[in-house]
Design a protein around this ligand. Structure first.
Ligand code: FES
Ligand code: FES
Length: 157
């Protein structure tokens, strides 16, 4: 067991966890951030996607010590009132079905738009390729990514 200092959603935390503990469990069990979901546990489904220094990571396969000194953002950290452009797009297009995969879809989209503010369909498919949705919301996800990009650019109200 070791003490780890983490910055999550703009707040500093100290947590006790063994080296190698998955960041996902620290976020969910120690910090109560249940936005990142447990799906596969081996980095292939995307349900847990969160950001580390603005880039998409999979906390189920990220050791807690890898997060030291980095800025971790979960879906809870995007905004307090769902006012982030990606959240607004998701709500407007009513993307979620069961919702389980959606935090990961949203965080992958945030990372995509930070790198590419005007993605085409191929860019979107590539960026979200490994975000699995068993409810089959892929078409709405793609539409929401395009709307989020327009909202973020101030081209849609
Ligand atoms: S739970 Fe992390 S990628 Fe599936
Ligand atoms: S909305 Fe149900 S798994 Fe994607």
């Amino acid at each position: 067991m070791r003490r780890h200092r983490l910055t999550v959603n703009g707040e500093d935390h100290e947590v006790d966890a063994p080296d190698g503990e998955a960041l996902l469990w620290v976020l969910r069990e120690e910090l109560g951030l249940t936005g990142p979901k447990y799906g596969c546990g081996v980095g292939v489904c995307g349900a847990c996607v969160s950001l580390m220094d603005g880039r998409a990571v999979r906390p189920c396969v990220t050791a807690v010590e890898q997060a030291a000194g980095r800025r971790v953002t979960t879906v809870e950290g995007l905004s307090e009132d769902a006012g982030h452009p990606v959240q607004r797009a998701w709500l407007r297009l009513d993307v979620a079905q069961c919702g389980y995969c959606q935090p990961g879809q949203i965080m992958s989209t945030v990372a995509l738009l930070a790198e590419n503010p005007d993605p085409d369909d191929r860019d979107i498919d590539e960026a979200l390729r490994d975000n699995v949705c068993r409810c089959g919301t892929y078409r709405r996800v793609r539409e929401a990514v395009r709307l989020a990009a327009r909202l973020a650019r101030g081209e849609a109200g």
